[in-house]
Design a protein around this ligand. Structure first.
Ligand SMILES: [Zn+2]
Length: 169
């Protein structure tokens, strides 16, 4: 089922998600729906708050649905180490039309639970490292607008307000 993706400034996008405590069929259905929604929107990741569920859950697939081995489900994730720096363009399904370069760590190691509640660790670099950081930010209530420089944030906020006025947001 394709879920509705909430756009900024929906308040749930700026609220930290609650930890996931039940690893049941309802959770697995939400994960499946979130992947379907990501692919339908040509995204590479989606966090539960973006579909109105204030929980610490995100799905990532840097192949955009082309390679099932790239599917990653992160439940209650945390970044346990990071190194280096990258400065690449990012987009966000809650900010259609907006793309901006964001400073992120080049490599990160995360710890998370899978759909059955089992803890695992995983390393990511380049695009996967960016996706980890972008999506985990969502679970902390941080949208990428607030990772931009004040100047770019201001320009993008004006662009959003204009689109809201035109009815295109
Ligand atoms: Zn996002």
């Amino acid at each position: 089922m394709i879920l509705t993706i909430l756009k900024y400034p929906e308040p749930v996008l700026e609220q930290p998600g609650e930890p996931v405590t039940e690893f049941n069929d309802e959770l697995r259905k939400l994960v499946a729906d979130m992947f379907e929604t990501t692919y339908a929107s040509q995204g590479v990741g989606l966090a539960a708050p973006q579909v109105g569920v204030s929980r610490r859950l995100t799905v990532i697939d840097t192949s955009g649905g082309k390679d099932p081995e790239q599917k990653v489900v992160l439940i209650n994730p945390e970044i346990i180490s990071s190194e280096g720096r990258q400065y690449e363009e990012e987009g966000c399904l809650s900010f259609p039309e907006i793309r901006e370069k964001i400073v992120r760590a080049a490599k990160v190691r995360i710890r998370a639970q899978d759909e059955s509640g089992k803890w695992f660790e995983m390393d990511g670099e380049e695009l996967l490292a960016r996706a980890f950081q972008h999506e985990i930010d969502h679970l902390d209530g941080i949208v990428f607008l607030f990772r931009m420089s004040p100047l770019k944030r201001g320009l993008n906020l004006r662009k959003i307000r204009k689109m809201q006025k035109d009815g295109t947001w």
